[in-house]
Write a protein that binds this ligand. Structure first.
Ligand code: KG4
Ligand code: ZN
Length: 341
């Protein structure tokens, strides 16, 4: 079964074709990130206008890459209906509805936060085993889910304020850097010689000791702002300071994420841990999480970098396992689509 997946929830415009929920035949992702880098973040109206221009060329490229001559050769169409920016979502949703009507194909609406988890079924020789714990870490979400099967999901924890990706994005901006913040902070952190005697900055690990499975990242922005101000006042806000601050910030965020993931995995005796969302592309998080479960029977799944951030392949993959088509007339963009299940 070949499913065409469309994803336009934020700054990516992506169309992919996936066979039987695992094999990627094409995955075209076009990003307007450079544009947003210039403005320090996503400006919704600008993002949507860009996506209107991109969607058809991206669709054509995706069909071509998969050696599919027309949408008529596709079995079903899947599309992100939320959560996300309304203008951006509409571009994908209206495209999907039109294709479904024109070619008379089933249309499967997808929640893109859940779809991030499905990147772990793509291009893998071994499938994740249930029960599984999923940690979704993106620009707008930090959520822990317990999956006992493809259809039985339970939300077991999440952020009470900012998301992990948001913490990277906001601190990058306040240090004078661009968007998205995660890869920028990670590259500065990598340059830091993190010998103990070199480290002077210590950021608080919010909620690391709390008994629940929740997170809080908004205080980090204030803590970083305070450090930046202190350094600026002492005329020491230089390359070294940026590297150290980036290193400590990355350590803080990844420490908290890993600690809560370990706690949740023990509490629910899972066989697999699945990572998903843009922040899963973070090398340090991957290292720490892999190491944490090395000596255990729990298998850790982390998508390849291109499948961590928003992409149509994860949408098509999830639709294969949640194949519940809806008439195109009833499909609507839902910017605030709930993730608590
Ligand atoms: O999943 P995603 O592409 O879009 C949303 O659904 O939000 O995630 C984007 C987020 C941004 O906050 C970005 O800074 C973060 O993922 N990100 C990273 C890395 N690559 C992207 N964070 C840390 N390290 C990275 N390498
Ligand atoms: Zn996302």
């Amino acid at each position: 079964m070949r499913i065409l997946g469309i994803e336009t929830s934020a700054d990516e415009t992506s169309v992919s074709i996936v066979e039987n929920g695992t094999k990627i035949l094409s995955n075209v992702v076009s990003s307007s990130m450079e544009l947003h880098d210039r403005t320090g973040g996503i400006i919704p109206e600008i993002a949507a206008r860009e996506q209107v221009k991109l969607i058809l060329p991206v669709l054509d490229a995706s069909l071509q890459d998969a050696h599919v001559s027309s949408v008529s050769q596709i079995d079903a169409i899947a599309v992100t209906i939320g959560p996300g920016l309304i203008g951006s979502l509409l571009v994908g949703v209206e495209t999907a509805k039109t294709l479904s009507y024109l070619y008379d194909k089933p249309l499967i609406p997808i929640n893109h936060i859940f779809a991030h988890i499905y990147a772990n079924w793509l291009n893998k020789d071994k499938e994740p085993e249930f029960p599984a714990l999923a940690l979704v870490v993106s620009g707008g979400h930090t959520e822990l889910f317990l999956l006992t099967s493809h259809t039985e999901w339970k939300w077991i924890g999440g952020t009470v304020d900012d998301a992990a990706g948001e913490a990277f994005d906001k601190t990058s901006r306040l240090m004078g850097f661009g968007y998205p913040g995660g890869p920028i902070i990670a590259s500065h952190a990598k340059e830091w010689n993190h010998l103990k005697e070199n480290n002077h900055i210590h950021l608080p690990r919010p909620m690391i000791g709390s008994k629940d499975l929740n997170f809080s990242f908004s205080g980090l922005k204030t803590a970083v702002m305070r450090e930046v101000k202190k350094l600026q006042d002492a005329d020491q806000f230089n390359t070294r300071a940026v590297q150290e601050l980036s290193y400590e910030l990355q350590e803080t965020i990844t420490d908290v994420l890993v600690k809560k993931t370990i706690a949740a995995s023990k509490e629910h005796s899972v066989y697999s841990v699945l990572l998903g969302g843009g922040v899963s592309a973070n090398q340090r998080l991957k290292e720490k999480l892999t190491k944490a479960f090395q000596e255990t029977s729990v298998r850790v799944f982390i998508p390849e970098p291109k499948l961590c951030t928003d992409n149509g392949a994860s949408i098509a993959c999830m639709a294969y396992y949640h194949n519940t088509p809806v008439s195109w007339r009833d499909v609507q963009a839902r910017p605030d689509f709930e993730v608590e299940v």
